[in-house]
Design a protein around this ligand. Structure first.
Ligand code: GDP
Length: 320
């Protein structure tokens, strides 16, 4: 990407989209279209169409669409599915018709089958049933991936797909109902510490494992792929390392400084047993994540402490 290229981050209000926007600005890209007034609502076809017709972005990162942890997926599957389907249909269609030179679509590691051989390879996509708790969201992400591939086939569009591991970091959603595990446990343990509660409940058995990627690293990978990847085949973006929910909870307890007990609540769902991404392809291109889990947890908790009680401007979010 040239430094003056017209770049649009669809969904710059999401955890990943905000990190991409921030990194673009930090690296001196001067024509980021998210900074123009009258940003389109991505679920409204006419607004997206008018925006692309007017600005004709050359590069598009598609990071939009509602998402959330296992709770959000169970309680609001229709919202999550619809929002993601609408956004990807509108953005990919407009990008194709208004001549975007390249588009990066962000899918999700929950697009892989529930009992997928580990580490998960792209060849396993659509080979077996999905995990029930996030099937609706995962199907919307699979549809987005297929749409990106279909635009390549039919219109010769340079649309690529990245499949990220579980992202976390500053800017995450810490609400008890919607958060993913890291933000959820940070909030729970922080509050338990303040109130000197004797125990905190951890959902599920503690046995599932996840590949957690710090969001600033993921943003770096997205820019790297925009410059270095042109294949129809989706590419995994992970750390190559997995951590059990039990070990994660212990690590968060240490970062937060909570001294109570961790109680595993097996009436709550585990979700997928494992989600380790095979990162051979990305490593072969020369990219690896930099931030290890404990450093990422510390940065995330620091951000939470600084911002928990008030709405924070994006610039402040990224002072880490
Ligand atoms: P997933 O990767 O799509 O399953 O999303 P999550 O980040 O929501 O959950 C990951 C794992 O952490 C699951 O096994 C959850 O049951 C477990 N978990 C434990 N405690 C919590 C919690 O407080 N919030 C969330 N979201 N997950 C939790």
């Amino acid at each position: 990407m040239r430094k003056d290229a017209k770049i649009f981050v669809a969904g710059d209000d999401t955890l990943i989209g905000a990190a991409i926007s921030h990194l673009l600005a930090q690296r001196g890209y001067s024509n980021i279209l998210n900074q123009t007034p009258d940003q389109p609502s991505l679920v409204k076809r006419t607004e997206v169409e008018q925006f692309f017709a007017l600005f004709q972005p050359e590069y598009v990162f598609v990071a939009g669409g509602k998402s959330g942890g296992i709770g959000a997926n169970q309680n609001r599957p229709a919202d999550l599915m619809l929002d993601n389907l609408l956004q990807s249909c509108h953005v990919l269609d407009a990008a194709s018709r208004h001549g975007a030179g390249k588009l990066l679509y962000l899918a999700s590691s929950c697009s892989y089958p529930k009992h997928c051989p580990q580490p998960m390879q792209v060849e396993s996509l659509l080979s077996a049933p999905l995990e029930a708790t996030n099937e609706a969201y995962a199907l919307a992400k699979i549809a987005g991936m297929k749409l990106a591939q279909s635009f390549r086939v039919q219109y010769d569009a340079n649309f690529i797909t990245a499949i990220p591991a579980n992202a976390f970091g500053p800017g995450d959603d810490f609400s008890p109902e919607d958060s993913h595990v890291i933000a959820g446990l940070i909030r729970k343990m922080h509050e338990a510490k303040k109130l000197t509660l004797p125990a905190v409940d951890i959902w599920g058995s503690g046995m599932p494992k996840r590949d957690f990627i710090f969001v600033a690293d993921l943003a770096q990978a997205c820019l790297f792929l925009m410059d270095n990847y042109d294949d129809a085949k989706p590419i995994n973006v992970g750390t190559g390392v997995e951590c059990s929910i039990r070990d994660l909870a212990v690590a968060i307890r240490q970062v937060v400084g909570y001294e109570g007990e961790l109680v595993f609540d097996s009436s709550k769902p585990d979700g997928m047993p494992r989600k380790l991404l095979d990162t051979t392809a990305l490593q072969a291109l020369g990219w690896m994540s930099e931030t290890d889990l404990s450093e990422g947890l510390q940065k995330t908790y620091d951000w939470f402490l600084e911002t928990q009680c008030e709405e924070t401007a994006l610039e402040e979010v990224y002072e880490y």
